[in-house]
Ligand binder design. Structure first.
Ligand code: C2E
Ligand code: MG
Ligand code: MG
Ligand code: MG
Length: 278
């Protein structure tokens, strides 16, 4: 105990450390424990074909089932996993689980349901990343193009030369690549054209007012048309109303993901959505 060392000694903790600081430390310790005790799990959210309304894919979204905290959302703990480096191990596990989930769909008779997994910038830049993805795809023996990896625009824009190499290697392996949260980061259209990408996911912030705001509608329409000209599929994120759905379908958005169809759900529940028309 730092305290018992006496008043002329340095203390190991600052008593004035704010509540937030202490909370982060505590959560960091809990997370290490959570990983070892299998408290992390994946939820899956449907991606629905805008025209046929069939389930075409799912996005894997991490959750922490904490006995003390309840179900914790990734916004609260993914940044901590990133700053401590634990995201490398967890990110590997996410891709492994996503591949296994595809196999569950295949075994249930639905071999065309694609599984998407989010990749953190820290994970993407790690020198072992490509090997990690290759190992996951090979171990699960899945068709590589049934796995889609989501990265954000900011990943692409930092060190584009190196990112380009990784993307071309992933492309050789055959996995699909998506740009997540499109429109919220910095990106250059030149890179969208130059890099081997497959899907553009339009961020929720452009979708929420798309039926009321002319400027949001214009941005979404232009993004879809650009994506299609570059040969990319488009997923609209955060679709919550039928009107948004109709609008997006009319302007040829390929896939729709959002609470209107379904919230992310645990593994045993997503199975019951297979073959369903929404
Ligand atoms: P994201 O990849 O953009 O995921 C979409 C988020 O939007 C999810 O939040 C999802 O629950 C939420 N969402 C979907 N439809 C709707 C809707 O209609 N309305 C609203 N209001 N929200 C909707 P979630 O699951 O809390 O994840 C937040 C972010 O955490 C993700 O954003 C992603 O950046 C990150 N994340 C999640 N899982 C992982 C993971 O396994 N690894 C990494 N590195 N990041 C992850
Ligand atoms: Mg995502
Ligand atoms: Mg997103
Ligand atoms: Mg997001």
């Amino acid at each position: 105990r730092a305290k018992s060392l006496g008043s002329n000694q340095y203390q190991f903790y600052a008593p004035e450390m704010d509540y937030r600081g202490r909370e982060i430390l505590r959560m960091d310790t809990e997370l290490r424990y959570a990983i070892e005790n299998d408290e992390l799990c994946l939820y899956y959210q449907p991606q629905v074909d805008a025209k046929t309304r069939q389930l075409m894919g799912v996005e894997a979204l991490i959750r922490w089932r904490s006995p003390a905290r309840g179900l914790v959302s990734p916004a609260e703990f993914v940044p901590l996993l990133e700053s401590s480096g634990m995201i490398l191990q967890v990110g590997h596990w996410v891709i492994e689980k996503a591949c296994e989930q595809y196999n569950r769909f295949r075994e249930a008779g639905f071999p065309r349901i694609r599984v998407s997994a989010n990749v953190s910038a820290v994970q993407f830049r790690d020198s072992g990343f490509l090997e990690q993805v290759t190992a996951c795809v090979q171990a699960a023996q899945i068709p590589p193009d049934m796995l889609e990896l989501e990265i954000t625009e900011n990943i692409v824009m930092q060190d584009p030369e190196r990112v380009s190499n990784i993307l071309f290697e992933l492309n050789k392996l055959g996995v699909r690549m998506a740009i997540d949260d499109f429109g919220t980061g910095y990106s250059s259209l030149a890179y969208l054209k130059r890099f081997p990408l497959h899907t553009l996911k339009i961020d929720r912030s452009f979708i929420c007012d798309v039926t009321e705001s002319v400027s949001d509608a214009t941005i979404v329409e232009a993004s879809i048309s650009l994506a299609h000209k570059l040969g990319l599929d488009v997923v609209a994120e955060g679709v919550e109303t039928d009107a948004q759905c109709q609008f997006l379908s009319n302007i040829d958005c390929n896939y729709i993901q959002g609470f209107w169809f379904s919230k992310p759900m645990p593994e045993d529940e997503i199975i019951s959505f297979l073959g369903k028309t929404f």
